[in-house]
Design a protein. Structure first.
Length: 404
């Protein structure tokens, strides 16, 4: 059981912390050396998220058993290969853009396959061993990967160059990737009771399109489009200010440290004030984290990185928890819908942000726009919480049915 858990943590570190998000700390050096503009960087980021969106849709179609294990291993291979290949010499930005575009797109597809299939197989294995209490530790892989890649770039980036960073991270992931490839496999199916032995299982109910659920979905879309601006450009933002330039890669490491404990922290908050309250509070904190770099203060930059890491993972976890609670018996469909709208937000967000920065020469407008999206999501959540509360009060006020 613990081998599968460790393998799952490593797989998420490779797929999310390195293959997906190492782009952020490497980006400033990559831009300086190749002439890649902010609009081009935003385009590459959106392609990666488009690949993730398509990969997430495809992962849901992969059948259980040997096929799922095989697809997971293939995704690991492509994730490592596309990470390392980003360091190959394709020329300047104009010449390299076609190759980079393909690599970032394929990397996104592979990341989704690792994330979704790896988590599914690990959770199935933990459930068989009655080890569900360890499930939350799986998600520490995301923060661990982000922190580790940020630390690596901060320590070695100046010596290896941006291309050497990609090649070295790819090599490290190739070595570490052997463990999840061997340890994370699909457990054999459990025999289910048949209609003759235990009665036919009732079909899943259709998801109720309630107002609170629709508002949660809209807020999650806005979160995807808002958070990803900082998720893509945070290091570049800090590098543009002489007072915070030295914190660039180190700040990304702080993001990872914040993300490592975020799931556990926001789950504890939700137990005290409910998932609606926890989500609203997390949106407010994330808004602050997005705007703080505009102050130019090094202290504010560190606080921004910590808050950002602590909120984006927590918002994902609590949105899924609340979505399942509102699903009306169709939790898989609701979680799939939330994943899709979040992915769309991630695809859309970096494009206008990159274009605005390219035209104005400043990240301020992009940050204000991202913060506005997150704030709007928080307002929608507040409305959803109010409606849900009214619905609960209405049900509680109904007279009890007479006893025959």
């Amino acid at each position: 059981m613990f081998r599968v858990l460790i393998g799952g943590v490593i797989a998420l570190a490779i797929a999310m912390g390195v293959a997906r998000f190492a782009f952020t700390p490497i980006l400033p050096a990559m831009q300086a050396a190749t002439g890649l503009g902010t609009d081009g960087a935003g385009f590459l980021a959106s392609l990666n998220y488009l690949g993730y969106f398509i990969g997430a849709l495809g992962a849901g179609l992969v059948p259980h058993g040997v096929v799922r294990t095989t697809v997971f291993r293939v995704c690991l291979l492509f994730s490592v290969a596309t990470t390392a290949a980003m360091g190959l010499d394709f020329g300047n930005a104009a010449e390299a853009m076609p190759a980079w575009s393909v690599l970032r797109f394929v990397s996104g597809v592979a990341s989704a396959g690792i994330f979704i299939l790896g988590i599914a197989m690990a959770l199935d294995t933990l459930a068989r061993a009655q080890g569900e209490r360890w499930a939350g530790w799986l998600y520490t892989g995301v923060g661990t990967g982000i922190a580790s890649s940020g630390l690596f770039v901060a320590l070695a980036g100046g010596r290896l160059g941006w291309d050497g960073d990609w090649l070295a991270l790819g090599a490290i992931c190739a070595v570490l990737g052997v463990l999840p490839a061997l340890w994370v496999t699909d457990p054999p199916p459990v025999a289910r009771p048949t209609a003759h032995t235990a009665g036919a299982a009732p079909p899943a109910k259709a998801a109720a399109l309630s107002a609170p659920l629709l508002l949660l979905t809209a807020a999650y879309f806005l979160e995807g489009g808002g958070y990803i601006v900082s998720g893509t450009f945070l290091v570049s933002i800090l590098k543009t200010n002489p007072d915070t330039a030295a914190l660039g890669e180190a700040a990304w490491m702080v993001v990872g440290l914040g993300a490592m404990g975020a799931g556990v922290f926001w789950a504890a908050v939700a137990r005290r004030i409910g998932s609606w309250g926890a989500l609203i509070l997390a949106h407010a904190a994330q808004t602050v984290s997005i705007l703080l770099p505009m102050t130019g203060s090094p202290t504010a930059a560190v606080v921004s990185a910590l808050l950002f890491g602590a909120t984006f993972v927590g918002i994902v976890a609590q949105s899924f928890a609340l979505g399942r609670a509102l699903s009306g018996g169709a939790s898989a469909r609701v979680v799939g819908t939330l994943t899709a709208v979040y992915g769309l937000g991630q695809i859309i967000g970096p494009l206008p942000a990159g274009m605005v920065v390219a035209r104005t020469g400043s990240f301020d407008s992009a940050l204000i726009g991202a913060a506005a999206a997150v704030v709007t999501g928080g307002v929608l959540l507040a409305v959803g919480a109010w409606i849900a509360g009214r619905q609960t009060e209405s049900r509680a006020s109904l007279p009890a049915a007479p006893v025959p």
